[in-house]
Design a binder for this molecule. Structure first.
Ligand SMILES: C[S@@+](CC[C@H](N)C(=O)[O-])C[C@H]1O[C@@H](n2cnc3c(N)ncnc32)[C@H](O)[C@@H]1O
Length: 409
């Protein structure tokens, strides 16, 4: 981006790019993105980076080098504001602070609304308080606390926007929500994170859509990281499985499986190179018992250990000492269309790869391009009989029921 653009031109150019990406869908969100100076919340960062639609500005790392605080990228901020649709006069709580998104929220709830932004880290809240005041948003309440407990003093909230990766929905968030209040939350289910719009219906929440997203992980009382078990490790060459929700696997057997020859099964179903397949991943995470995500370094892929080097992992079925993961192969010379398939390793490699491919076919026939999954989030004590049909994922505080069109009660 040219350095000669004025701040106003930078904001207008950002709005245009976010509209082109379909991150901005309404004039209300366009107007606030055009109004709030991003550079005021990203001191020390170049204007090109501050106005890069897809770039999060990391402000803090943990000892292992993992990002734990950032000003989120403009595209995900816009998408989540579209999901939450904050209205003038509303009372909004933001969990996970930085200042910038709180400024967008403050613009959207004016006149008459209130924004509380909360972070577990006092360095983050000190910075947010200072930057908000300097930019003229001193009406925003900045609170230092663990978001697990919400912010009871100003409840009930019309909207709670969570801007940190959440493994569960703590009871305080539902308790502090107005009767028909909304939560927008990057929720991790079976290793996949999606930003869900959830609406309160009595004691539970029901989804009204979801979007792809990535967020730093929740710290504090609700912290629950994914586990990574390594199936192969040599200098630079690592292959592992990401496990979520307390899932267990037989690591020794799976290490032996990886060392055995692979079996491949192809589906005959093709996708375009640019076509998003995140709904396929959510379908596989719903449909497969023994779901995990296979990750590998580039060196491990280049050494031929596995076919994919995705750091976030690819959908994998684990059955005892066998695993099979989703893969693709180009079907044309220009590498614009790819056939979906699966590679299996271990004693039941062909059967596991066939099972995964069966579910790819089910997705293609029943769910591709459809309305997607619907989730309901109920308190942990809810009996099965009160849950809708579909996959139930048990969390610490809640039971999450994931259903797809056509699921029978
Ligand atoms: C991606 S940043 C928030 C970005 C911000 N909303 C913005 O304006 O772009 C996530 C924040 O969540 C915070 N966080 C992590 N765990 C938390 C918890 N349990 N309660 C409150 N904040 C938490 C981190 O300290 C970090 O600052």
């Amino acid at each position: 981006m040219s350095n000669t653009l004025s701040p106003q031109e930078l904001r207008e150019s950002l709005v245009k790019r976010l509209r082109d990406q379909n991150a901005i869908r309404t004039d209300r969100i366009a107007d606030v993105v055009a109004a709030v100076p991003r550079e005021a919340f990203t001191p020390g960062v170049s204007e090109a980076d501050a106005y890069d639609p897809g770039r999060a500005v990391v402000t803090k790392w943990d000892r292992d080098g993992l990002a734990i605080s950032s000003v989120s990228a403009a595209n995900i901020q816009a998408v989540m504001l579209e999901q939450g649709d904050p209205r003038p006069g509303e009372n909004v709580l933001e969990i996970g602070s930085g200042g910038m998104n709180a400024a967008y929220l403050a613009e959207l709830v004016a006149p008459g609304g209130t924004v509380t932004t909360l972070d577990i880290d006092p360095e983050v809240t000190d910075r947010a308080r200072r930057l908000l005041a300097d930019a003229g948003y001193d009406g925003v309440h900045v609170v230092t606390a663990d978001g697990e407990g919400g912010a009871p003093d100003r409840a009930p909230y019309d909207l709670i926007e969570v801007t940190v990766g959440a493994p569960d929905i703590p009871p305080a968030w539902i308790d502090q929500l107005a009767p028909a209040g909304r939560i927008v939350v990057p929720l991790r289910i079976r290793g996949l994170m999606r930003s869900f719009l959830l609406v309160r219906e009595g004691d539970h929440l029901v989804s009204r859509g979801y979007e792809l997203c990535g967020f730093v992980p929740m710290q504090g009382a609700g912290e629950q990281r994914e586990r990574l078990v390594l199936l192969h490790e040599a200098p630079k060459e690592e292959v592992g499985l990401r496990l979520d929700d307390g899932d267990q696997v037989d690591v020794d057997a799976l290490r032996a499986a990886l060392a055995s020859p692979r079996q491949e099964v192809w589906s005959g179903i093709t996708v375009g190179g640019e076509e998003p397949t995140h709904d396929l991943d959510l379908w596989l995470a719903t449909a497969l018992d023994g779901h995990a995500r296979l990750t590998a370094t580039v060196a491990a892929r280049d050494a031929g250990l596995v076919a994919s080097a995705s750091p976030l992992g690819v959908a994998t079925l684990v059955v005892g000492g066998t695993f099979a993961y989703r893969t693709v192969r180009a079907v044309d010379e220009t590498r614009t269309r790819f056939e979906l398939g699966a590679y299996g390793h271990g004693p039941a490699a062909s059967a596991a790869a066939s099972k995964l491919v069966d579910e790819i076919r089910t997705w293609d026939g029943a769910h591709r391009g459809g309305s997607g999954a619907r989730i309901e989030i109920h308190p942990a004590a809810t009996p099965d009989s009160r849950l809708p049909a579909g996959r139930v994922v048990d969390k610490t505080h809640t039971r999450i029921a994931i259903s797809w069109p056509g699921d029978r009660p």
